[in-house]
Write a protein that binds this ligand. Structure first.
Ligand code: ATR
Length: 271
């Protein structure tokens, strides 16, 4: 057996269970790339030391997750315009001897809806995930973007930053957007399964409900949208899409995406 040459991994704290090692190690094998992907739990106080190690050891790239996505920017030599706009990096890689930061969540978010045009969108939530989603909606030239959040000040700040409109949380069903995206953690298995951030009588006319939560694959938010005749998009394609984009940056190769989605589905079914 040959020893993998290139080292990749994910840093976060606490890391808990992550699907990324399984996915990337599978993709390395599928594409014949000599790499290995590891878990690197890193307490916040060790983040500077972690990135010193990245510059010393043969680390070729990696992912950055909660709570380091914002803080990690200051350890990069360069960040993409997109990552700078969002103010967060979820992927790092080397290019021309420079440590580069990118945010592939945007690519992952956009990909499943690239073929559709939406005039208006409502974003539920105003945390880290919402920033990538709002940036993605801007890239898609969505004319009207509404942001609503349980804590209104956060919605107002995000809306102001991105030229969107903040909507009071208790008025979120009063508008008729063509696209509604759940960027809150409500409905997520192990957090608040069976809950929804959006009352079902808010699904008026027709549109697309997009949940960035992917466990379970059919959240209550999506189920109630489907019952109201809306199209639905789960978060699994976004997760696979952000991974595929990171993989491309590291290896120059395409991750076999339909196989990747099946692999994640199988892994989730076993949990
Ligand atoms: P992420 O990086 O996944 O976006 P986050 O920054 O912690 O995580 O944001 C979580 C989002 O889910 C926030 O918009 C949060 O609302 P608050 O800003 O009011 O905290 C939202 N959220 C979490 N639990 C919620 C709940 N029970 N009801 C409504 N919104 C909730």
């Amino acid at each position: 057996m040959s020893t993998p040459e290139k080292l990749y991994g994910i840093t976060g704290w606490p890391l808990g269970h992550s699907l990324s090692p399984m996915l990337h190690n599978w993709a390395f094998k599928q594409t014949g790339f000599s790499g290995v992907y590891m878990m690197w739990p890193t307490p916040p106080d060790n983040l500077a030391a972690f990135f010193s190690a990245v510059r010393t050891l043969p680390v070729h790239g990696g992912n950055i997750t909660i709570p380091h996505k914002v803080e990690a920017i200051k350890f990069m030599d360069k960040v993409s315009d997109r990552a700078a706009l969002i103010g967060a990096v979820n992927t790092f890689y080397w290019s021309g001897g420079k440590l580069c930061g990118e945010n592939t969540d945007v690519t992952g978010f956009i990909k499943p809806i690239l073929h559709r045009k939406f005039k208006s969108a409502l974003v539920l939530g105003a945390g880290g995930a919402s920033r990538a989603v709002v940036a993605g909606l801007k890239e898609l030239d969505t004319a009207e973007i509404f942001i609503t959040n349980r804590t209104p000040l956060k919605a107002a700040a995000l809306a102001q930053e991105f030229g969107a409109t903040a909507l009071p949380w208790n008025e979120r069903t009063k508008i008729q957007p063509e696209l509604i995206i759940n960027c809150t953690s409500l409905g997520m298995a192990g957090h608040s399964a069976g809950e929804t951030p959006f009352p079902k009588d808010g699904f008026k006319d027709k549109g697309l409900a997009y949940d960035i939560v992917y466990t379970p694959s059919r959240t209550r938010f999506l189920q109630e949208a489907a019952d109201a005749g809306w199209d639905v998009q789960g978060g699994l394609d976004m997760f696979a899409g952000q991974a595929a984009e990171a993989f491309r940056l590291w290896t120059g190769k395409e991750m076999p995406e339909s196989g990747a989605v099946r692999l994640i589905q199988d892994a989730l079914a076993k949990n």
